[in-house]
Design a protein around this ligand. Structure first.
Ligand SMILES: Cc1ncc(COP(=O)(O)O)c(C=O)c1O
Length: 310
């Protein structure tokens, strides 16, 4: 996000400016303080009293421990609400996340359902009503079990292991690192040379070694960039980090030995006969045309399988 542009876009219809603390795509922290500081008495941001919401799904459990000086939270007056996923760096099994508001007044009362249920008022701000409490208990346990220092140790460890992966990948000389050192402990990287293979092939081949490393294209205006992403969590040890780099190295060597899937079709005709021979009224296909029709037939076959859900 460009803070200047975001603030300029604010008008009477803006509910909030949402900043992400830890982008899903590359782990980057957006500059919440800059957005906050851009507001001045004359800007539409202040005129419409536009709140800032921080989506700190991952960063909410990272920034306080790794970057305590970074101001992204209620230290900034325009930040009125923050959401955090407990099941990410809160270190709980899936199913817990929460949102906190700066003051009671910042959560409009009309968004809360008051239900007269079994004799008492039950205010609820969720989409469903009854829900198990096991994740809340697990989160509570983790908070008191680790404490501030425990979480700090774990996050520092994650960050160090992220650097092991990053430096290992840099040493191969084959990748550009597209994540920053400050942010979520993850490494997003892309191939320097796309002439023979792409990131999707690396992701596929890594599965054979038991790794699920997603490959994806970046969003609008950067779709031409494809990245692989490794998220480092508590249980990802230094040994695993070194092992992953070795396996990526092995995959690269295996890919080097394979023919490129990305050979541009335009190169093929030069090596194949181009003439179409007509014999007995029948058109004899060139090798290229035969190849194309076989490929087409296979594509149809595969697509038919897919739509059948097989
Ligand atoms: C920035 C960001 N916001 C929100 C979410 C969704 O979080 P949850 O799975 O807790 O709903 C994610 C998940 O990856 C995320 O990265």
């Amino acid at each position: 996000m460009d803070p200047e542009q975001a603030v300029e876009m604010v008008d009477e219809n803006t509910i909030c400016v949402a900043a992400i603390l830890g982008s899903t795509l590359n782990g980057e922290f957006e500059d919440v303080k800059r957005i906050n500081d851009l507001s001045c008495a004359e800007c539409s941001f202040c005129r419409w009293e536009t709140p800032i919401h921080v989506d700190a799904a991952s960063g909410g459990f990272i920034a306080p421990f790794l970057y305590p000086e970074l101001e992204w939270d209620f230290r900034l007056p325009w930040v009125k609400s923050i959401n955090v996923s407990g099941h990410k760096y809160g270190l709980v099994y899936p199913g817990i996340g929460w949102c906190v508001w700066r003051t009671k007044e910042d959560l409009p009362d009309e968004l809360i359902f008051h239900i007269n249920y079994l004799g008492s008022d039950q205010p609820t701000f969720t989409l469903n009503f009854s829900k198990g409490s096991s994740q809340v208990i697990a989160q509570y346990y983790q908070l008191i079990r680790h404490g501030t220092q425990g979480y700090r140790n774990i996050m520092e460890n994650c960050q160090e292991n992220a650097m092991v992966v990053k430096e290992g990948l840099e040493k191969t000389g084959r990748f550009n690192i597209v994540s920053k050192d400050e942010g979520v402990p993850l490494v997003a990287f892309s191939l320097k040379d796309h002439s023979r293979h792409d990131e999707f092939e690396i992701s596929d081949m890594l599965r054979r070694f038991g790794w699920i490393v997603p490959a994806y294209t970046m969003p609008a205006d950067a779709q031409h960039v494809t990245v692989l992403r490794v998220v480092i969590r508590e249980e990802f040890s230094r040994t695993l980090a070194e092992r992953l780099v070795l396996d990526i190295d092995t995959v690269m060597a295996q890919l080097d030995a394979l023919p490129s899937k990305l050979a541009p079709p335009a190169l093929l005709p030069a090596t194949l006969p181009k003439t179409v021979v007509v014999a007995n009224g029948h058109v004899k296909k060139t090798e290229l045309e035969t190849q194309k029709s076989v490929t087409e037939a296979w594509k149809k076959f595969v697509l038919a399988k897919k739509t059948n859900g097989v």
